[in-house]
Design a protein around this ligand. Structure first.
Ligand SMILES: [Zn+2]
Length: 195
C-alpha cells in the first residue's frame, strides 16, 4: 500500500481486521446488516450479558472469563448504544486482548465519555472505536448501498443499526480516506496476528 503514515497504516489494519471478522461469520452482503453482534460474539465464544452496573456511567466492560472473555453491557442504554458498546469491546478483544492465560488481568471498563467523548481518549479506545465503526458500517457495504442509491440518512441508520452520530463520524472518516472503499475488500491477508 502506498499510504505512508503510521496512523494511516493502522487505520487500514483496523478496517481489515473488522472486515475479516465479518468474513468469519459470512456477513459480507447488504442483507447481513444490521450486523448481528451476538452472532459474532458467539463465534468467538464471548458471552454478552446485559447488566445493571453499580456505576451507571459505565457503558460496557470486557473481562476475563474462564480463559476467554465476557462482555458486559449496560442494560439501561438504548439499543444502538448497546450495539456500539459491544462492537467497541469486540474491538478491544481483536486488537488489544492478551491471549496468555497467566498474564495480568486485561479488563477494560468503558464509560460513556470513553465511547463518545472525542478528544481525551487513549490510543486503545480510539482504535476500539474505529474497529466498532468499521464493523457496524463496513466500507464495502456502505459503498454498495450508496451505489444503489440508498443514501438517505434515515435509511442508512436503519440499515446499519447505529446512531446518527456514529454514522456521521463514519461517513466523514470514509470521505477522508476514499481508498477504504476499494482496498479493504480486495486485501486477502490478515494484517493482525492478534487472533
Ligand atoms: Zn474501550
Amino acid at each position: 500500500m502506498a499510504h505512508v503514515t503510521q496512523n494511516e497504516r493502522r487505520a487500514f489494519e483496523i478496517e481489515q481486521a473488522a472486515w475479516n471478522a465479518l468474513n468469519e461469520i459470512g456477513a459480507t452482503d447488504e442483507v447481513d446488516f444490521p450486523l448481528s453482534l451476538t452472532k459474532l460474539a458467539a463465534r468467538w465464544d464471548i458471552p454478552v450479558q446485559e447488566v445493571q452496573f453499580r456505576d451507571p456511567r459505565i457503558s460496557g466492560i470486557i473481562s476475563r472469563n474462564n480463559g476467554g472473555a465476557v462482555i458486559l453491557v449496560n442494560e439501561r442504554d438504548t439499543t444502538v448504544r448497546k450495539r456500539f458498546t459491544i462492537a467497541h469491546e469486540l474491538g478491544h478483544y481483536v486488537l488489544h486482548w492478551s491471549r496468555s492465560t497467566d498474564g495480568p488481568p486485561d479488563d477494560r471498563v468503558d464509560t460513556e465519555r470513553i465511547l463518545f467523548g472525542a478528544s481525551l481518549l487513549s490510543k486503545e479506545d480510539r482504535e476500539a472505536n474505529r474497529f466498532a465503526s468499521a464493523l457496524l458500517i463496513p466500507a464495502p457495504i456502505l459503498s454498495k448501498m450508496l451505489e444503489h442509491g440508498g443514501n438517505r440518512m434515515t435509511d442508512l441508520l436503519g440499515a446499519f443499526g447505529v446512531s446518527e452520530e456514529v454514522l456521521r463520524i463514519r461517513i466523514r472518516m470514509i470521505r477522508r480516506r476514499p481508498w477504504l472503499l476499494h482496498e479493504v475488500k480486495t486485501a486477502t491477508q490478515y494484517p493482525l496476528d492478534a487472533r
